[in-house]
Design a protein around this ligand. Structure first.
Ligand code: GLY
Length: 317
């Protein structure tokens, strides 16, 4: 038995380190994936997840999150939840219920309040300023309102052979009130089966859900594909199909890990992710679409990391 964790974007890296430390000490896949996502949700400078996440067009932060247990297939999810610091913890709590395990809007928020989850105003002064600036830009330059939707999605494998998946996002910046993406939707934003492996997505939810891409990757792994083969074979042909039949495809990226701790990634845009397992320490890597429906994966450079740090912390005027 081995352990391992993979998660979307550079922002997940500190959480991936934490998850793998827990897993190394016999922690469960469920605890590890929740700790990972909580770390991202709590960090103010990440604009698309948790505290500091950007709001909808009305200035309200509405979050989506999900949790899945790969042993039992138990799923809990929330969508459009407000004023809750750790949406993924609410989702995990709901996964223990057979009924009412996916709650939206005020029902989700009420559940969190009644069950003593941390309640805070999620719209930070920085996020409010970014929202106000965007409104002004849209009025002055007639811009497309939508921008940015980097979900944290993660898969963990523990030393007992159990796996878990989880996601959390504030969704598309400037979305319409009540808009929900792929992140809380089983099969689209995430899926995991401990006997096979798991996958999670980030990107334009409206398009990810057209292909049920997380489930498709797990299905291909169950058919004997490696995680990288499964990612490539699920994602790239679907992008072609979407362009041909729908006319366009938004940006999206998927990560996967199997029950042996092997992993894979596919993307149609420059995409960073963090991965680590018993054999190799957690590290940040960069993926890009390659030729012939393959993925190019390279180590991240210090220059990229420095520029990223500077960009996310740049003052907002
Ligand atoms: N993938 C996140 C969203 O579309 O909301």
């Amino acid at each position: 038995m081995t352990y391992g964790t993979i998660a979307t974007w550079r922002m997940a890296h500190e959480g991936v380190i934490k998850a793998n430390e827990l897993l190394k000490k016999q922690g469960t896949a469920g605890d590890a994936v929740e700790a990972l996502i909580n770390t991202v949700e709590a960090y103010t400078y990440y604009k698309s997840v948790g505290y500091g996440g950007l709001p909808n067009e009305q200035g309200v932060v509405e979050m989506d999150a999900a949790f899945m247990n790969g042993d039992s297939f138990a799923i809990g999810a929330v969508a459009g939840i407000q004023n809750v610091k750790h949406a993924v913890s609410v989702a995990r709590s709901l996964s223990h219920d057979h009924f009412n395990s996916f709650r939206v809007g005020s029902g989700a928020t009420q559940y969190a309040m009644q069950n003593d989850f941390e309640i805070v105003n999620m719209l930070t002064p920085r996020a409010r300023k970014i929202w106000q600036n965007r409104l002004k830009e849209m009025r002055e330059k007639n811009l497309n309102p939508y921008d940015g939707h980097d979900t944290v999605g993660a898969i963990t494998l523990d030393l007992q052979g159990s796996m878990a998946a989880a996601t959390s996002t504030s969704g598309l910046f400037m979305k319409k009130a009540g808009r929900i993406g792929d992140s809380p939707l089983s099969g689209s934003g995430f899926y995991v089966d401990s006997e096979v492996g798991g996958a999670a997505a980030t990107g334009l939810g409206e398009d990810i859900m057209k292909g049920c891409l997380s489930y498709e990757i797990v299905r291909l792994m169950a058919d004997g594909k490696t995680p990288q083969e499964a990612c490539d074979q699920a994602v790239y042909p679907f992008i072609e199909k979407l362009k041909k039949r729908y006319g366009k495809a938004g940006e999206f990226s998927l990560v996967a890990m199997n029950h042996k701790g092997e992993w894979g990634v596919a993307t149609n845009v420059e995409f960073t992710f963090s991965v680590g397992n018993e054999q190799k320490a957690s590290r940040i890597l960069m993926a890009n679409p390659g030729s012939d429906q393959t993925t190019i994966i390279e180590p991240i450079t210090q220059a990229w990391l420095d520029a990223y740090e500077k960009r996310i912390k740049a003052p907002v005027e």
